[in-house]
Write a protein of this length. Structure first.
Length: 210
């Protein structure tokens, strides 16, 4: 082949074709390195038998031209075949990444409730206890909806509240729900925000914040 194309200015690429990969397996030992294989049952793919470079002609092996006759574009550690333009630069987006869409939108009233809840849960030990207790309580609700799950639900519910009261012992105050039952829901929102769920907090007026 090299002799037949000795006057060609393009490098040679040797491709062996098979009807199927099963047929190719029979001849694996006869396929030369630095060549390509095309299989009819996967026509959109090429199999490369590795050599000193990935795909394209091997000038030092299959091209009879001297180095001086080989265009500079096809030399070097990353040469490209003749007739092919240089690869285009990747299209890198310049716009900043989109911010996550809030999953929970709070109006000013509930925003202030969340702020109040945070003020009453500032001790790291209390926050840790609530981060364990709240999901246990929440998990007990659907589990307790089935008769089979009642024993497990009761355990989760009891232990979860144990963590809640232990946390407030560290904080030195009482659970918020004793004064406002809405704090039961606010606690779940607080935990969801701690877990990474986007929560949109509305602006709170100065009078409401006071």
């Amino acid at each position: 082949m090299a002799s037949l194309f000795k006057h060609s200015t393009a490098g040679l690429v040797y491709v062996t074709a098979f009807l199927s990969r099963k047929a190719m397996v029979r001849y694996l030992g006869d396929i030369s390195w630095e060549t390509e294989v095309w299989v009819a049952d996967a026509p959109d793919h090429m199999i490369h038998f590795n050599g000193e470079r990935f795909l394209g002609p091997y000038w030092s092996v299959v091209c009879p031209l001297s180095v001086a006759q080989i265009p500079e574009a096809t030399r070097g550690p990353h040469p490209r075949p003749l007739g092919f333009p240089p690869p285009a630069a990747p299209d890198i987006p310049t716009h900043p990444p989109e911010t996550p869409t809030p999953m929970i939108n709070l109006n000013p009233e509930w925003t202030e409730l969340l702020h109040s809840y945070k003020r009453e849960h500032q001790d790291p030990r209390n926050q840790k206890c609530h981060s364990i207790g709240i999901p246990m309580i929440l998990a007990s609700l659907p589990i307790g909806a089935t008769i089979v799950g009642l024993p497990l639900a009761a355990t989760l519910f009891t232990v979860g509240w144990g963590f809640q009261f232990a946390g407030h012992a560290f904080e030195g105050n009482s659970p918020a729900f004793l004064s406002d039952k809405r704090s039961l829901v606010v606690g779940a929102i607080w935990w969801a925000q701690k877990a990474g769920l986007p929560v949109y907090e509305s602006s709170v007026s100065a009078s409401a914040a006071a």
